[in-house]
Design a protein around this ligand. Structure first.
Ligand code: ADP
Length: 614
Protein backbone atom coordinates (compact mmCIF):
# COMPACT_ATOMS: atom_id res chain seq x y z
CA UNK A 1 0.00 0.00 0.00
CA UNK A 2 1.37 3.39 -0.80
CA UNK A 3 1.97 5.96 1.91
CA UNK A 4 -0.96 8.21 0.89
CA UNK A 5 -3.37 5.33 1.37
CA UNK A 6 -1.88 4.44 4.72
CA UNK A 7 -2.30 8.00 5.95
CA UNK A 8 -5.89 8.04 4.61
CA UNK A 9 -6.57 4.77 6.41
CA UNK A 10 -5.27 6.33 9.59
CA UNK A 11 -8.05 8.95 9.34
CA UNK A 12 -10.70 6.23 8.98
CA UNK A 13 -11.34 5.50 12.69
CA UNK A 14 -12.15 9.16 13.31
CA UNK A 15 -14.51 9.22 10.35
CA UNK A 16 -16.16 5.98 11.53
CA UNK A 17 -16.60 7.39 15.01
CA UNK A 18 -18.26 10.46 13.53
CA UNK A 19 -20.58 8.28 11.46
CA UNK A 20 -21.50 6.17 14.46
CA UNK A 21 -22.33 9.22 16.55
CA UNK A 22 -24.42 10.59 13.68
CA UNK A 23 -26.40 7.35 13.32
CA UNK A 24 -27.05 7.09 17.04
CA UNK A 25 -28.16 10.74 17.19
CA UNK A 26 -30.57 10.34 14.27
CA UNK A 27 -32.06 7.18 15.79
CA UNK A 28 -32.65 8.59 19.24
CA UNK A 29 -34.14 11.78 17.83
CA UNK A 30 -36.48 9.70 15.73
CA UNK A 31 -37.46 7.64 18.76
CA UNK A 32 -38.16 10.73 20.86
CA UNK A 33 -40.28 12.17 18.05
CA UNK A 34 -42.17 8.95 17.75
CA UNK A 35 -42.87 8.88 21.50
CA UNK A 36 -44.34 12.41 21.34
CA UNK A 37 -46.42 11.37 18.40
CA UNK A 38 -47.66 8.37 20.37
CA UNK A 39 -48.88 10.57 23.20
CA UNK A 40 -50.74 12.73 20.70
CA UNK A 41 -52.26 9.77 18.90
CA UNK A 42 -53.07 7.63 21.94
CA UNK A 43 -54.19 9.98 24.64
CA UNK A 44 -54.79 13.47 23.36
CA UNK A 45 -57.43 12.17 20.95
CA UNK A 46 -59.19 10.35 23.80
CA UNK A 47 -59.05 13.48 25.94
CA UNK A 48 -60.66 15.53 23.15
CA UNK A 49 -63.24 12.83 22.61
CA UNK A 50 -64.19 12.73 26.26
CA UNK A 51 -64.47 16.52 26.48
CA UNK A 52 -66.63 16.33 23.39
CA UNK A 53 -68.82 13.62 24.92
CA UNK A 54 -69.13 15.48 28.22
CA UNK A 55 -70.12 18.60 26.29
CA UNK A 56 -72.79 16.67 24.35
CA UNK A 57 -74.02 15.01 27.54
CA UNK A 58 -74.43 18.39 29.19
CA UNK A 59 -76.26 19.73 26.19
CA UNK A 60 -78.60 16.73 26.29
CA UNK A 61 -79.13 17.35 29.98
CA UNK A 62 -79.94 21.02 29.41
CA UNK A 63 -82.27 19.93 26.51
CA UNK A 64 -84.08 17.73 29.08
CA UNK A 65 -84.35 20.75 31.41
CA UNK A 66 -85.77 22.78 28.50
CA UNK A 67 -88.39 20.15 28.06
CA UNK A 68 -89.11 20.05 31.78
CA UNK A 69 -89.45 23.84 31.65
CA UNK A 70 -92.06 23.53 28.93
CA UNK A 71 -89.91 24.38 25.99
CA UNK A 72 -90.37 20.96 24.46
CA UNK A 73 -89.68 21.99 20.92
CA UNK A 74 -86.38 23.72 21.70
CA UNK A 75 -85.35 20.77 23.80
CA UNK A 76 -86.04 18.27 21.06
CA UNK A 77 -84.03 20.28 18.55
CA UNK A 78 -81.12 20.27 20.96
CA UNK A 79 -81.47 16.53 21.56
CA UNK A 80 -81.30 15.85 17.87
CA UNK A 81 -78.29 18.10 17.44
CA UNK A 82 -76.25 16.26 20.12
CA UNK A 83 -77.19 12.64 20.09
CA UNK A 84 -75.65 11.68 16.75
CA UNK A 85 -72.29 13.48 17.25
CA UNK A 86 -71.99 11.87 20.65
CA UNK A 87 -72.53 8.47 19.07
CA UNK A 88 -69.86 9.22 16.52
CA UNK A 89 -67.40 10.40 19.11
CA UNK A 90 -68.08 7.36 21.24
CA UNK A 91 -67.25 5.13 18.24
CA UNK A 92 -63.99 7.00 17.85
CA UNK A 93 -63.11 6.39 21.49
CA UNK A 94 -63.95 2.73 21.14
CA UNK A 95 -61.42 2.56 18.32
CA UNK A 96 -58.74 4.29 20.35
CA UNK A 97 -58.19 2.08 23.36
CA UNK A 98 -54.54 2.53 24.38
CA UNK A 99 -54.24 2.49 28.14
CA UNK A 100 -54.67 -0.38 30.55
CA UNK A 101 -58.20 -0.15 32.03
CA UNK A 102 -59.34 2.12 29.23
CA UNK A 103 -61.30 -0.67 27.52
CA UNK A 104 -63.14 -1.36 30.73
CA UNK A 105 -63.88 2.33 31.30
CA UNK A 106 -65.07 2.72 27.70
CA UNK A 107 -67.39 -0.27 28.08
CA UNK A 108 -68.75 1.31 31.23
CA UNK A 109 -69.27 4.58 29.36
CA UNK A 110 -71.05 2.75 26.53
CA UNK A 111 -73.30 1.01 29.01
CA UNK A 112 -73.99 4.23 30.93
CA UNK A 113 -74.71 5.95 27.64
CA UNK A 114 -77.13 3.22 26.50
CA UNK A 115 -78.86 3.30 29.85
CA UNK A 116 -79.05 7.08 29.68
CA UNK A 117 -80.46 6.86 26.18
CA UNK A 118 -83.10 4.35 27.23
CA UNK A 119 -84.16 6.57 30.11
CA UNK A 120 -84.15 9.59 27.77
CA UNK A 121 -86.56 7.78 25.42
CA UNK A 122 -88.73 7.05 28.35
CA UNK A 123 -88.50 10.68 29.48
CA UNK A 124 -89.46 11.95 26.06
CA UNK A 125 -92.46 9.64 26.01
CA UNK A 126 -93.84 11.24 29.26
CA UNK A 127 -96.52 13.82 29.37
CA UNK A 128 -95.57 17.32 30.31
CA UNK A 129 -96.58 16.91 33.94
CA UNK A 130 -94.72 13.57 34.41
CA UNK A 131 -91.52 14.63 32.70
CA UNK A 132 -90.35 16.57 35.63
CA UNK A 133 -90.53 13.60 37.97
CA UNK A 134 -88.82 11.22 35.51
CA UNK A 135 -86.10 13.73 34.97
CA UNK A 136 -85.18 13.97 38.58
CA UNK A 137 -85.71 10.34 39.31
CA UNK A 138 -83.89 8.60 36.48
CA UNK A 139 -82.62 10.92 33.84
CA UNK A 140 -80.49 13.16 36.02
CA UNK A 141 -78.74 10.20 37.74
CA UNK A 142 -78.20 8.55 34.27
CA UNK A 143 -76.64 11.78 33.06
CA UNK A 144 -74.43 11.90 36.12
CA UNK A 145 -73.33 8.27 35.64
CA UNK A 146 -72.52 8.75 31.93
CA UNK A 147 -70.66 11.95 32.65
CA UNK A 148 -68.68 10.27 35.43
CA UNK A 149 -67.79 7.38 33.10
CA UNK A 150 -66.58 9.87 30.47
CA UNK A 151 -64.69 11.85 33.03
CA UNK A 152 -63.02 8.63 34.28
CA UNK A 153 -61.71 8.00 30.77
CA UNK A 154 -60.64 11.63 30.54
CA UNK A 155 -58.71 11.40 33.79
CA UNK A 156 -57.21 8.07 32.76
CA UNK A 157 -55.84 9.56 29.59
CA UNK A 158 -54.69 12.78 31.18
CA UNK A 159 -52.78 10.77 33.77
CA UNK A 160 -51.27 8.67 31.05
CA UNK A 161 -50.24 11.82 29.24
CA UNK A 162 -48.52 13.21 32.30
CA UNK A 163 -46.84 9.89 32.96
CA UNK A 164 -45.68 9.52 29.37
CA UNK A 165 -44.44 13.07 29.24
CA UNK A 166 -42.41 12.48 32.37
CA UNK A 167 -41.08 9.24 30.95
CA UNK A 168 -40.15 11.05 27.78
CA UNK A 169 -38.34 13.68 29.73
CA UNK A 170 -36.38 11.02 31.57
CA UNK A 171 -35.61 9.28 28.33
CA UNK A 172 -34.40 12.44 26.74
CA UNK A 173 -32.10 13.00 29.70
CA UNK A 174 -30.80 9.47 29.31
CA UNK A 175 -30.33 10.09 25.63
CA UNK A 176 -28.38 13.23 26.42
CA UNK A 177 -26.03 11.31 28.67
CA UNK A 178 -25.80 8.50 26.16
CA UNK A 179 -25.01 10.87 23.33
CA UNK A 180 -22.34 12.55 25.38
CA UNK A 181 -20.79 9.20 26.20
CA UNK A 182 -21.01 8.09 22.60
CA UNK A 183 -19.32 11.24 21.37
CA UNK A 184 -16.55 11.01 23.94
CA UNK A 185 -16.06 7.26 23.39
CA UNK A 186 -16.07 7.52 19.64
CA UNK A 187 -13.70 10.45 19.73
CA UNK A 188 -11.30 8.72 22.09
CA UNK A 189 -11.41 5.42 20.21
CA UNK A 190 -11.04 7.19 16.88
CA UNK A 191 -8.15 9.26 18.11
CA UNK A 192 -6.31 6.29 19.60
CA UNK A 193 -6.83 4.19 16.50
CA UNK A 194 -5.83 7.07 14.22
CA UNK A 195 -2.72 7.79 16.25
CA UNK A 196 -1.62 4.17 16.29
CA UNK A 197 -2.26 3.76 12.57
CA UNK A 198 -0.34 6.97 11.81
CA UNK A 199 2.48 5.83 14.02
CA UNK A 200 2.58 2.48 12.32
CA UNK A 201 2.58 4.14 8.92
CA UNK A 202 5.43 6.44 9.93
CA UNK A 203 7.54 3.96 11.95
CA UNK A 204 9.69 3.11 8.88
CA UNK A 205 10.65 6.80 8.66
CA UNK A 206 12.18 6.52 12.13
CA UNK A 207 14.00 3.32 11.16
CA UNK A 208 15.32 4.97 8.02
CA UNK A 209 16.44 8.12 9.79
CA UNK A 210 18.27 6.02 12.40
CA UNK A 211 20.10 4.17 9.65
CA UNK A 212 21.03 7.44 7.93
CA UNK A 213 22.41 8.77 11.21
CA UNK A 214 24.51 5.65 11.81
CA UNK A 215 25.84 5.80 8.28
CA UNK A 216 26.76 9.44 8.86
CA UNK A 217 28.70 8.36 11.94
CA UNK A 218 30.76 6.03 9.77
CA UNK A 219 29.02 2.68 10.29
CA UNK A 220 28.91 1.57 6.67
CA UNK A 221 27.52 -1.85 7.66
CA UNK A 222 24.20 -0.38 8.77
CA UNK A 223 20.99 -1.24 6.87
CA UNK A 224 17.40 0.02 7.13
CA UNK A 225 14.99 -2.90 7.62
CA UNK A 226 11.67 -1.69 6.18
CA UNK A 227 9.14 -4.16 4.80
CA UNK A 228 6.38 -3.41 2.38
CA UNK A 229 5.96 -1.73 -0.94
CA UNK A 230 5.34 1.93 -0.17
CA UNK A 231 7.47 4.96 -0.89
CA UNK A 232 9.42 4.66 2.39
CA UNK A 233 10.22 1.00 1.73
CA UNK A 234 11.45 2.06 -1.72
CA UNK A 235 13.56 4.78 -0.13
CA UNK A 236 14.97 2.23 2.32
CA UNK A 237 15.87 -0.12 -0.52
CA UNK A 238 17.68 2.71 -2.33
CA UNK A 239 19.43 3.66 0.90
CA UNK A 240 20.58 0.07 1.46
CA UNK A 241 21.90 -0.14 -2.08
CA UNK A 242 23.83 3.08 -1.51
CA UNK A 243 25.30 1.84 1.81
CA UNK A 244 26.25 -1.44 0.14
CA UNK A 245 28.03 0.39 -2.68
CA UNK A 246 29.83 2.65 -0.20
CA UNK A 247 30.95 -0.32 1.85
CA UNK A 248 32.16 -2.16 -1.23
CA UNK A 249 34.04 0.92 -2.34
CA UNK A 250 35.60 1.43 1.05
CA UNK A 251 36.56 -2.21 1.33
CA UNK A 252 38.11 -2.29 -2.12
CA UNK A 253 39.96 1.04 -2.04
CA UNK A 254 41.15 0.61 1.52
CA UNK A 255 42.07 -2.98 0.90
CA UNK A 256 44.02 -2.14 -2.20
CA UNK A 257 45.76 0.72 -0.46
CA UNK A 258 46.68 -1.44 2.51
CA UNK A 259 47.84 -4.21 0.23
CA UNK A 260 49.93 -1.81 -1.82
CA UNK A 261 51.40 -0.29 1.32
CA UNK A 262 52.10 -3.71 2.84
CA UNK A 263 53.78 -5.00 -0.29
CA UNK A 264 55.87 -1.85 -0.62
CA UNK A 265 56.96 -2.22 3.00
CA UNK A 266 57.59 -5.94 2.50
CA UNK A 267 59.73 -5.12 -0.52
CA UNK A 268 62.02 -2.76 1.35
CA UNK A 269 61.98 -5.04 4.41
CA UNK A 270 63.25 -7.87 2.24
CA UNK A 271 66.38 -5.90 1.39
CA UNK A 272 69.46 -6.96 3.35
CA UNK A 273 70.77 -3.40 3.12
CA UNK A 274 69.69 -0.72 5.59
CA UNK A 275 67.15 1.67 4.07
CA UNK A 276 66.20 4.96 5.72
CA UNK A 277 63.77 7.36 4.07
CA UNK A 278 63.94 11.01 5.13
CA UNK A 279 61.25 13.61 4.60
CA UNK A 280 62.00 17.02 3.21
CA UNK A 281 62.13 18.40 6.77
CA UNK A 282 64.84 15.87 7.60
CA UNK A 283 62.79 13.54 9.83
CA UNK A 284 62.77 9.80 9.25
CA UNK A 285 59.64 8.81 7.32
CA UNK A 286 60.29 5.12 6.96
CA UNK A 287 62.90 2.47 7.68
CA UNK A 288 63.16 -1.14 6.69
CA UNK A 289 63.54 -3.96 9.14
CA UNK A 290 67.30 -4.26 8.65
CA UNK A 291 67.77 -0.58 9.52
CA UNK A 292 65.37 -0.84 12.43
CA UNK A 293 67.35 -3.69 13.94
CA UNK A 294 70.86 -2.50 13.19
CA UNK A 295 70.41 1.20 13.99
CA UNK A 296 67.77 0.83 16.72
CA UNK A 297 65.73 3.30 14.70
CA UNK A 298 61.99 3.32 15.07
CA UNK A 299 59.29 5.54 13.73
CA UNK A 300 57.60 5.61 17.13
CA UNK A 301 60.46 7.67 18.46
CA UNK A 302 59.36 10.60 16.28
CA UNK A 303 61.75 9.73 13.47
CA UNK A 304 64.84 11.25 15.06
CA UNK A 305 68.37 9.94 14.71
CA UNK A 306 69.21 10.41 18.38
CA UNK A 307 69.52 6.67 19.06
CA UNK A 308 71.87 6.02 16.18
CA UNK A 309 75.61 5.65 16.81
CA UNK A 310 77.43 8.95 16.23
CA UNK A 311 79.65 7.72 13.34
CA UNK A 312 76.70 6.34 11.44
CA UNK A 313 74.59 9.37 12.23
CA UNK A 314 77.23 11.68 10.78
CA UNK A 315 77.23 9.67 7.56
CA UNK A 316 73.42 9.60 7.37
CA UNK A 317 73.22 13.32 7.96
CA UNK A 318 75.89 14.03 5.35
CA UNK A 319 74.16 12.00 2.66
CA UNK A 320 70.78 13.44 3.59
CA UNK A 321 72.12 16.98 3.36
CA UNK A 322 73.66 16.18 -0.02
CA UNK A 323 70.43 14.80 -1.48
CA UNK A 324 68.01 17.28 0.12
CA UNK A 325 70.38 20.08 -0.85
CA UNK A 326 69.42 19.36 -4.44
CA UNK A 327 72.80 17.95 -5.47
CA UNK A 328 71.18 14.82 -6.89
CA UNK A 329 71.99 11.24 -6.00
CA UNK A 330 74.90 10.53 -3.70
CA UNK A 331 77.32 7.83 -4.86
CA UNK A 332 80.24 6.63 -2.79
CA UNK A 333 83.69 6.91 -4.41
CA UNK A 334 85.07 3.77 -2.83
CA UNK A 335 84.96 1.29 0.01
CA UNK A 336 86.94 3.72 2.12
CA UNK A 337 83.71 5.60 2.63
CA UNK A 338 82.16 2.67 4.42
CA UNK A 339 81.33 3.44 8.04
CA UNK A 340 81.97 1.00 10.84
CA UNK A 341 79.06 -0.22 12.91
CA UNK A 342 79.55 -2.40 15.95
CA UNK A 343 77.16 -5.31 15.92
CA UNK A 344 76.82 -8.36 18.21
CA UNK A 345 78.16 -10.59 15.43
CA UNK A 346 81.19 -8.36 14.88
CA UNK A 347 81.98 -5.07 13.15
CA UNK A 348 80.01 -4.29 10.02
CA UNK A 349 81.00 -1.91 7.31
CA UNK A 350 78.20 0.07 5.69
CA UNK A 351 78.63 1.97 2.44
CA UNK A 352 76.26 4.95 2.11
CA UNK A 353 74.33 5.76 -1.00
CA UNK A 354 71.52 8.26 -1.40
CA UNK A 355 68.91 9.12 -3.94
CA UNK A 356 66.26 11.81 -4.05
CA UNK A 357 62.53 11.07 -3.81
CA UNK A 358 60.65 13.24 -6.28
CA UNK A 359 57.15 14.56 -5.68
CA UNK A 360 54.40 14.95 -8.24
CA UNK A 361 55.57 18.42 -9.11
CA UNK A 362 59.07 17.12 -9.83
CA UNK A 363 60.61 18.68 -6.71
CA UNK A 364 62.63 16.74 -4.14
CA UNK A 365 60.29 15.70 -1.31
CA UNK A 366 62.59 13.30 0.45
CA UNK A 367 65.79 11.32 0.44
CA UNK A 368 66.33 7.58 0.49
CA UNK A 369 69.60 6.59 2.10
CA UNK A 370 70.82 3.04 1.65
CA UNK A 371 73.59 1.69 3.83
CA UNK A 372 74.97 -1.26 1.93
CA UNK A 373 76.68 -3.94 3.96
CA UNK A 374 80.15 -4.17 2.36
CA UNK A 375 81.95 -5.91 5.21
CA UNK A 376 83.17 -8.77 3.02
CA UNK A 377 83.94 -6.60 0.01
CA UNK A 378 85.85 -4.20 2.20
CA UNK A 379 87.90 -7.05 3.59
CA UNK A 380 88.75 -8.07 0.04
CA UNK A 381 89.64 -4.48 -0.69
CA UNK A 382 91.87 -4.38 2.35
CA UNK A 383 93.51 -7.63 1.33
CA UNK A 384 94.05 -6.25 -2.15
CA UNK A 385 95.52 -3.06 -0.74
CA UNK A 386 97.75 -5.06 1.55
CA UNK A 387 98.83 -7.18 -1.37
CA UNK A 388 99.55 -4.11 -3.49
CA UNK A 389 101.47 -2.52 -0.64
CA UNK A 390 103.48 -5.65 -0.03
CA UNK A 391 104.26 -6.13 -3.70
CA UNK A 392 105.18 -2.48 -4.11
CA UNK A 393 107.34 -2.66 -1.05
CA UNK A 394 109.06 -5.82 -2.25
CA UNK A 395 109.62 -4.21 -5.67
CA UNK A 396 111.27 -1.18 -4.28
CA UNK A 397 114.69 -2.54 -3.21
CA UNK A 398 115.35 -4.66 -6.34
CA UNK A 399 114.20 -1.75 -8.48
CA UNK A 400 116.66 0.58 -6.79
CA UNK A 401 119.57 -1.77 -7.32
CA UNK A 402 118.41 -2.41 -10.86
CA UNK A 403 118.36 1.29 -11.53
CA UNK A 404 121.76 1.68 -9.88
CA UNK A 405 123.21 -1.12 -12.00
CA UNK A 406 121.81 0.35 -15.23
CA UNK A 407 123.07 3.77 -14.17
CA UNK A 408 126.60 2.42 -13.58
CA UNK A 409 126.54 0.65 -16.94
CA UNK A 410 125.38 3.84 -18.72
CA UNK A 411 128.11 5.81 -17.00
CA UNK A 412 130.60 3.09 -18.25
CA UNK A 413 131.74 2.45 -14.70
CA UNK A 414 131.75 -1.22 -15.56
CA UNK A 415 133.56 -0.89 -18.80
CA UNK A 416 132.95 0.73 -22.19
CA UNK A 417 129.71 0.15 -24.05
CA UNK A 418 128.74 0.69 -27.64
CA UNK A 419 126.39 3.45 -28.73
CA UNK A 420 123.62 0.98 -29.41
CA UNK A 421 124.03 -0.56 -25.99
CA UNK A 422 123.96 2.95 -24.49
CA UNK A 423 120.62 3.68 -26.24
CA UNK A 424 119.09 0.48 -24.91
CA UNK A 425 120.34 1.14 -21.43
CA UNK A 426 118.98 4.71 -21.52
CA UNK A 427 115.55 3.40 -22.40
CA UNK A 428 115.82 0.78 -19.68
CA UNK A 429 116.79 3.43 -17.13
CA UNK A 430 113.77 5.60 -18.08
CA UNK A 431 111.42 2.64 -17.71
CA UNK A 432 113.03 1.84 -14.41
CA UNK A 433 112.42 5.37 -13.19
CA UNK A 434 108.82 5.27 -14.31
CA UNK A 435 108.35 1.94 -12.62
CA UNK A 436 109.84 3.35 -9.46
CA UNK A 437 107.42 6.29 -9.67
CA UNK A 438 104.49 3.90 -9.90
CA UNK A 439 105.77 1.83 -7.00
CA UNK A 440 106.18 5.01 -4.97
CA UNK A 441 102.65 6.08 -5.87
CA UNK A 442 101.28 2.69 -4.86
CA UNK A 443 103.05 2.80 -1.55
CA UNK A 444 101.85 6.35 -0.91
CA UNK A 445 98.31 5.40 -1.71
CA UNK A 446 98.20 2.31 0.43
CA UNK A 447 99.69 4.21 3.32
CA UNK A 448 97.12 6.98 2.91
CA UNK A 449 94.24 4.57 2.60
CA UNK A 450 95.15 2.39 5.50
CA UNK A 451 95.27 5.53 7.60
CA UNK A 452 98.75 4.61 8.72
CA UNK A 453 100.08 7.90 7.46
CA UNK A 454 99.16 10.67 9.88
CA UNK A 455 99.04 14.20 8.49
CA UNK A 456 101.39 16.65 10.08
CA UNK A 457 99.27 19.77 9.99
CA UNK A 458 100.84 23.18 10.41
CA UNK A 459 100.40 26.66 8.97
CA UNK A 460 101.85 26.78 5.50
CA UNK A 461 102.42 29.93 3.47
CA UNK A 462 100.18 30.00 0.45
CA UNK A 463 102.78 31.61 -1.79
CA UNK A 464 105.50 29.18 -0.79
CA UNK A 465 103.25 26.23 -1.51
CA UNK A 466 102.49 27.54 -4.96
CA UNK A 467 106.15 28.14 -5.77
CA UNK A 468 107.25 24.79 -4.46
CA UNK A 469 104.58 23.08 -6.53
CA UNK A 470 105.52 24.80 -9.74
CA UNK A 471 109.31 24.61 -9.53
CA UNK A 472 109.80 20.96 -10.51
CA UNK A 473 107.69 21.37 -13.66
CA UNK A 474 109.15 24.56 -15.17
CA UNK A 475 111.69 22.65 -17.21
CA UNK A 476 109.21 20.17 -18.58
CA UNK A 477 106.77 22.97 -19.46
CA UNK A 478 109.44 24.94 -21.17
CA UNK A 479 110.54 21.90 -23.16
CA UNK A 480 106.98 21.38 -24.27
CA UNK A 481 106.35 25.03 -25.10
CA UNK A 482 103.62 25.42 -22.44
CA UNK A 483 103.40 28.64 -20.47
CA UNK A 484 103.36 27.96 -16.75
CA UNK A 485 102.53 30.71 -14.28
CA UNK A 486 101.18 31.30 -10.85
CA UNK A 487 98.45 33.77 -10.15
CA UNK A 488 98.11 34.28 -6.44
CA UNK A 489 95.37 36.65 -5.40
CA UNK A 490 97.08 39.58 -3.62
CA UNK A 491 94.52 39.13 -0.88
CA UNK A 492 95.74 35.66 -0.02
CA UNK A 493 99.40 35.90 -0.98
CA UNK A 494 100.45 36.38 2.58
CA UNK A 495 97.94 34.04 4.16
CA UNK A 496 98.66 30.58 5.46
CA UNK A 497 96.65 27.37 5.29
CA UNK A 498 96.45 24.56 7.80
CA UNK A 499 98.05 21.64 5.95
CA UNK A 500 100.70 18.98 5.78
CA UNK A 501 103.16 20.87 3.49
CA UNK A 502 104.72 17.83 1.83
CA UNK A 503 101.37 16.25 1.08
CA UNK A 504 99.87 19.49 -0.17
CA UNK A 505 102.84 19.97 -2.42
CA UNK A 506 102.38 16.46 -3.75
CA UNK A 507 98.77 17.22 -4.65
CA UNK A 508 99.58 20.43 -6.47
CA UNK A 509 102.56 18.82 -8.12
CA UNK A 510 100.44 15.98 -9.44
CA UNK A 511 97.84 18.40 -10.77
CA UNK A 512 100.44 20.61 -12.47
CA UNK A 513 102.19 17.58 -13.98
CA UNK A 514 98.88 16.35 -15.41
CA UNK A 515 98.01 19.80 -16.71
CA UNK A 516 101.36 20.20 -18.47
CA UNK A 517 101.16 16.68 -19.84
CA UNK A 518 97.69 17.20 -21.34
CA UNK A 519 98.23 20.69 -22.71
CA UNK A 520 99.60 21.14 -26.22
CA UNK A 521 102.33 23.55 -27.30
CA UNK A 522 101.41 27.25 -26.97
CA UNK A 523 98.99 26.32 -24.22
CA UNK A 524 98.96 27.71 -20.72
CA UNK A 525 98.82 26.31 -17.22
CA UNK A 526 97.85 28.65 -14.38
CA UNK A 527 97.99 27.89 -10.67
CA UNK A 528 95.77 30.14 -8.55
CA UNK A 529 94.94 30.68 -4.90
CA UNK A 530 92.00 32.80 -3.78
CA UNK A 531 89.66 33.33 -0.91
CA UNK A 532 86.79 30.88 -0.46
CA UNK A 533 84.50 32.41 2.13
CA UNK A 534 85.92 33.69 5.39
CA UNK A 535 87.78 30.66 6.60
CA UNK A 536 89.11 28.87 3.53
CA UNK A 537 91.57 29.26 0.67
CA UNK A 538 90.82 27.70 -2.70
CA UNK A 539 93.61 26.31 -4.86
CA UNK A 540 93.06 25.80 -8.58
CA UNK A 541 95.13 24.40 -11.42
CA UNK A 542 93.71 25.43 -14.80
CA UNK A 543 94.97 24.47 -18.24
CA UNK A 544 93.97 25.19 -21.80
CA UNK A 545 94.53 21.60 -22.82
CA UNK A 546 92.52 18.78 -24.32
CA UNK A 547 89.88 18.68 -21.59
CA UNK A 548 88.04 15.64 -20.22
CA UNK A 549 84.75 14.30 -21.60
CA UNK A 550 81.86 14.29 -19.07
CA UNK A 551 81.60 10.49 -19.04
CA UNK A 552 85.19 10.25 -17.72
CA UNK A 553 85.04 13.13 -15.30
CA UNK A 554 83.51 11.15 -12.46
CA UNK A 555 85.87 8.24 -12.91
CA UNK A 556 89.30 9.81 -13.26
CA UNK A 557 89.61 9.99 -9.45
CA UNK A 558 89.34 6.21 -9.25
CA UNK A 559 92.47 4.19 -8.76
CA UNK A 560 94.14 2.97 -11.97
CA UNK A 561 91.62 4.79 -14.11
CA UNK A 562 93.01 6.46 -17.20
CA UNK A 563 91.06 8.12 -19.96
CA UNK A 564 91.24 5.68 -22.87
CA UNK A 565 93.67 6.81 -25.56
CA UNK A 566 95.51 9.30 -23.36
CA UNK A 567 99.32 9.37 -23.29
CA UNK A 568 100.68 6.33 -21.47
CA UNK A 569 103.47 6.39 -18.99
CA UNK A 570 101.68 6.32 -15.67
CA UNK A 571 99.35 4.04 -13.76
CA UNK A 572 96.32 6.28 -13.27
CA UNK A 573 97.08 6.79 -9.58
CA UNK A 574 97.98 10.50 -9.44
CA UNK A 575 94.47 11.89 -9.08
CA UNK A 576 93.35 9.26 -6.59
CA UNK A 577 96.34 10.02 -4.40
CA UNK A 578 95.57 13.74 -4.68
CA UNK A 579 91.92 13.15 -3.77
CA UNK A 580 92.92 11.02 -0.76
CA UNK A 581 95.19 13.76 0.53
CA UNK A 582 92.65 16.54 -0.01
CA UNK A 583 89.97 14.48 1.73
CA UNK A 584 92.33 13.78 4.61
CA UNK A 585 92.56 17.56 4.95
CA UNK A 586 88.77 17.75 5.10
CA UNK A 587 88.32 19.01 1.52
CA UNK A 588 87.14 17.66 -1.81
CA UNK A 589 89.02 17.71 -5.06
CA UNK A 590 86.69 18.93 -7.81
CA UNK A 591 86.86 19.37 -11.55
CA UNK A 592 85.30 21.45 -14.28
CA UNK A 593 86.31 20.62 -17.81
CA UNK A 594 85.30 21.03 -21.41
CA UNK A 595 86.71 18.90 -24.19
CA UNK A 596 89.11 20.92 -26.36
CA UNK A 597 89.10 23.96 -24.10
CA UNK A 598 90.83 22.82 -20.97
CA UNK A 599 90.29 21.62 -17.42
CA UNK A 600 90.35 23.21 -13.98
CA UNK A 601 91.02 21.13 -10.85
CA UNK A 602 90.44 22.79 -7.51
CA UNK A 603 90.08 22.24 -3.76
CA UNK A 604 89.71 24.31 -0.61
CA UNK A 605 91.72 24.15 2.61
CA UNK A 606 91.03 25.81 5.92
CA UNK A 607 92.96 28.98 6.71
CA UNK A 608 95.32 28.72 9.58
CA UNK A 609 93.76 29.81 12.86
CA UNK A 610 96.90 31.45 14.03
CA UNK A 611 96.95 33.28 10.73
CA UNK A 612 93.45 34.61 11.23
CA UNK A 613 94.27 35.87 14.66
CA UNK A 614 97.51 37.43 13.54
P1 ADP B 1 98.07 9.41 -14.36
O1 ADP B 1 98.96 9.42 -13.19
O2 ADP B 1 98.11 8.20 -15.17
O3 ADP B 1 98.06 10.68 -15.12
P2 ADP B 1 95.81 10.42 -13.06
O4 ADP B 1 95.01 9.81 -12.00
O5 ADP B 1 96.68 11.56 -12.69
O6 ADP B 1 96.64 9.28 -13.76
O7 ADP B 1 94.86 10.85 -14.23
C1 ADP B 1 93.87 10.00 -14.71
C2 ADP B 1 93.48 10.37 -16.11
O8 ADP B 1 92.93 11.68 -16.09
C3 ADP B 1 94.63 10.45 -17.03
O9 ADP B 1 94.70 9.23 -17.74
C4 ADP B 1 94.32 11.60 -17.96
O10 ADP B 1 93.79 11.12 -19.17
C5 ADP B 1 93.24 12.39 -17.28
N1 ADP B 1 93.75 13.72 -16.92
C6 ADP B 1 94.27 14.08 -15.72
N2 ADP B 1 94.54 15.41 -15.69
C7 ADP B 1 94.12 15.91 -16.89
C8 ADP B 1 94.17 17.22 -17.49
N3 ADP B 1 94.65 18.29 -16.83
N4 ADP B 1 93.71 17.34 -18.75
C9 ADP B 1 93.22 16.27 -19.40
N5 ADP B 1 93.15 15.02 -18.91
C10 ADP B 1 93.63 14.84 -17.67
Amino acid sequence: MILRHKLLLAQMPLALALLLVGVVAVNTLRELGRAGQGILADNYRSVLAMQDIIEHLERLDSAALFIVAGERQRGLVQVEANRAPLETTLRIQEGNITEPGEAEATRRLSEAWSRYQTRYERFLGQEEGGARGVYFETLAPGFQAAREAARAILVLNQDAMVRKSEAQQRQSQRVNVLMGLAVVGALAGGLVASASLTQRALRPVGVLSGAVRRLGEGDLGTRAVVEGGDEIAGLARDFNAMAEALQRYQRSSLGELLQAQASAQAAIDSLPDLVVVFGVEGGVLNVNRAAEEALRLSLEGGGMLGQVEPEVRVVLERVRAHVLGGKGAYLPTGYEEAVRLEAPEGARWLLPRGSPVYGEGGGVVGATVILQDVTRLRRFDELKNDLVATVAHEFRTPLTSLRMAIHLCVEEAAGPITEKQADLLHAAREDCERLQGIVDDLLDLSKLQSGREVLELRPVSTREVLEAALAPHRMAAEDKGVRLREEPDPEVEDTRVEADPERLQLVLSNLVANAVRHTPREGEVVVRARRDGEARIRFEVADTGEGIAPEHQARIFEKFYRVPGSATGSAGLGLSIAQEIVQAHGGELGLTSEVGRGSTFGFSLPRSRRDEQG
